[in-house]
Design a protein around this ligand. Structure first.
Ligand SMILES: C[S@@+](CC[C@H](N)C(=O)[O-])C[C@H]1O[C@@H](n2cnc3c(N)ncnc32)[C@H](O)[C@@H]1O
Length: 277
């Protein structure tokens, strides 16, 4: 179980250097934006939590030179990688800034379009950030958020729940439920935007499937280790984690054997709001 012994550290520069591979995950969500966002000229656009440049660079390419783009993130190594890509692409209408989305130090009514792919909604204090978004959005500006929602990897959660039920510590089941339910729903996310004075103009629900040969492959996938293992291990106390994860891996393997593979459903949401006042 080396995935428990060697957690992946975002501050390790080697992680940012290969972060593009994550776009296999992120690209499903970014694809929703590329499919459903109406294209317009002369926009001033902000991408919050742009990471290594998703969807920032594609949007800049798609819209062309009449539009200006700013990407912000707090992750320096990812911004360094984005800067390298920006240099290689030779785009002159994109600026990268190391800025915490909680502060967004831009003038009032500054942007025509604000996007965030797997971003704002998953940050600490999204309400405060959305209030900032409303402040820096021009009247009638669009805010576009994509995210995974409740129901995310439900097949995995069902098996984890069985493992914890048999383990016999009810507090673990409560923690797992809290982890599963912390994600937004269509209702909670649209309400959040409305509360920040954005009128909902478009909502798209979709899903995709992650596929693994077995549970072992799944738990060792570097992106699962980077993005998810940490929250799943917090469900159990340290002393129990090896026993729980050994059982979990066994049951995921058994499930995969019964079904031919381990398939995990990832429901996605694209929500677009218009700055109402
Ligand atoms: C799941 S990643 C998505 C990155 C990128 N949008 C993509 O689709 O590949 C979330 C990003 O949000 C950034 N982030 C987290 N908290 C933030 C904050 N308070 N302000 C700005 N960016 C933040 C992370 O550093 C990370 O790059």
């Amino acid at each position: 179980m080396d995935y428990l012994d060697n957690p992946i550290d975002f501050n390790n520069p080697r992680i940012a250097s290969v972060f593009d591979e994550v776009s296999y995950w992120a690209s499903h969500f970014a694809h929703l934006i590329f499919q459903h966002l109406e294209l317009r000229p002369n926009l001033n656009v902000l991408d919050i939590g742009c990471g290594t440049g998703v969807p920032l660079f594609e949007l800049a390419h798609i819209h062309g030179s009449t539009c200006q783009f700013t990407g912000v993130d707090i992750w320096q190594e990812a911004l360094d990688r984005a800067a390298l890509k920006l240099d290689v692409y030779g785009l002159t209408n994109v600026t990268l800034l190391k800025i915490d989305g909680n502060t967004l130090p831009f003038p009032d009514a500054h942007f025509d379009l604000i996007v965030s792919n797997l971003g704002v909604n998953n940050f600490d204090n999204p309400e405060a950030m959305l209030t900032q978004c409303a402040r820096i959005a021009k009247r009638d500006a669009r805010l576009v958020i994509t995210t995974n929602i409740v129901g995310h990897m439900r097949e995995f959660y069902e098996i984890y729940r069985q493992v914890l039920t048999d383990f016999g510590k009810p507090e673990y089941l409560e923690r797992l439920a809290a982890n599963e339910e912390h994600r937004s729903t269509r209702e909670s996310l649209t309400r959040r935007l409305e509360n920040a004075d954005f009128r909902i103009s478009k909502v798209i629900e979709d899903s995709f499937t992650l596929r693994y040969l077995d549970g072992r492959a799944f738990l060792h996938h570097w992106f699962i280790r980077l993005g998810f293992i940490d929250q799943w291990r917090k469900v159990v106390d340290k002393d129990d984690e090896r026993a729980v994860f050994a059982d979990l891996e066994t049951r995921l393997n058994e499930y995969a054997q019964r079904h031919g593979e381990l398939k995990l459903t990832v429901p996605m949401l694209y929500v677009e709001g218009i700055r109402a006042v």
